[in-house]
Design a protein around this ligand. Structure first.
Ligand SMILES: [Zn+2]
Length: 282
């Protein structure tokens, strides 16, 4: 299938009370495992490439590989720039064929975040690409006790309507107590804040920092209005753990390492697809 924007699939998820996962890939083994999971579960494939890795040549190679896999995939595939760092990076991603871009202006003052997001939206919408932005700031799990656990960076619900109206953004990533990477301590989510944001705007809401939440926390966030959940760290950590365990037990070939990575991605991505209610939707 051809690559398609994730927008219609996210609107369907929002209406249906389930969520789509976005999984970040870094190499072909991870991508292979994801595609096996999306196809086995009959789920819309939403794959992210992280903006921080985007200047390397393998970003372009990854795009080409994902496009090849999508051409023969039995499910629709969306390719999203994750945490686009600038207007220029978002435009580069669009020129490479990304179907959706996230512009992350969450560290900027509100007015600057609005101004830059609006610019990205204008360029993206001119060529049919959907845009995700972030209001509030989802911090790092390493700093969780001094940041997220203290409610620093949380999305201000009073700013949400204006941000969405003035930027024209398609999806909004919110900060409600999650963090990127490994959590220091237990994550605490503010689902009342999420419900309030949900009441104020119509567009699909996105939760970053999925690695390390409990199944009940995922379900609660989806029930309270999250339509897309980004997961990356847990997939890479579990794959590394399984490769390490296998290497302690026996001598591994290079091919064993790729195979363990791919099968771990398939299993863990399948787990999230089921948990979020995204299986069997396409
Ligand atoms: Zn993120």
């Amino acid at each position: 299938m051809a690559l398609v924007s994730v927008k219609q699939a996210l609107l369907a998820a929002q209406a249906g009370g389930y969520a789509l996962p976005l999984f970040d890939t870094f190499d072909m083994a991870a991508t292979d495992g994801m595609f096996q999971a999306f196809e086995a579960k009959r789920a819309h494939a939403c794959i992210g490439l992280y903006g921080g890795f985007f200047e390397r040549p393998n970003a372009r190679a990854n795009v080409a590989y994902i496009r090849e896999c999508a051409a023969t995939a039995k499910v629709p595939v969306s390719l999203m720039l994750d945490h686009g760092a600038s207007f220029e990076q978002c435009v580069l991603a669009i020129s490479l064929g990304f179907t959706d871009v996230m512009f992350d202006g969450s560290r900027l003052p509100l007015e600057e975040n609005i101004a830059q997001t609006r610019l990205v939206v204008r360029a993206a919408h001119a060529v049919g690409v959907a845009v995700e932005a972030e209001l509030g700031h989802v911090g790092s799990g390493r700093e969780y006790q001094s940041f997220g656990a203290k409610r620093l960076g949380f999305t201000d619900p009073a700013a949400v309507e204006r941000f969405v109206a003035e930027t024209g953004v398609d999806f909004l990533a919110v900060a409600i107590g999650t963090a990127h990477g490994v959590y220091q301590g237990e994550p605490q989510l503010d689902l009342d804040l999420l419900r309030e944001i949900r009441r104020r705007v119509e567009i699909p809401l996105v939760m970053h920092g999925g690695s390390g939440l409990s199944d009940a926390q995922f379900r609660g966030a989806i029930e309270a209005g999250i339509a897309k959940v980004n997961v990356a760290t847990e997939l890479f950590m579990t794959s590394a753990q399984r490769i390490t365990e296998a290497a302690r037990a026996r001598e591994l070939s290079y091919f064993d390492i790729s195979r363990i990575a791919a099968t771990t991605f398939q299993e863990r991505c399948g787990f999230y697809i089921d948990l979020f209610g995204a299986a069997g939707r396409v």
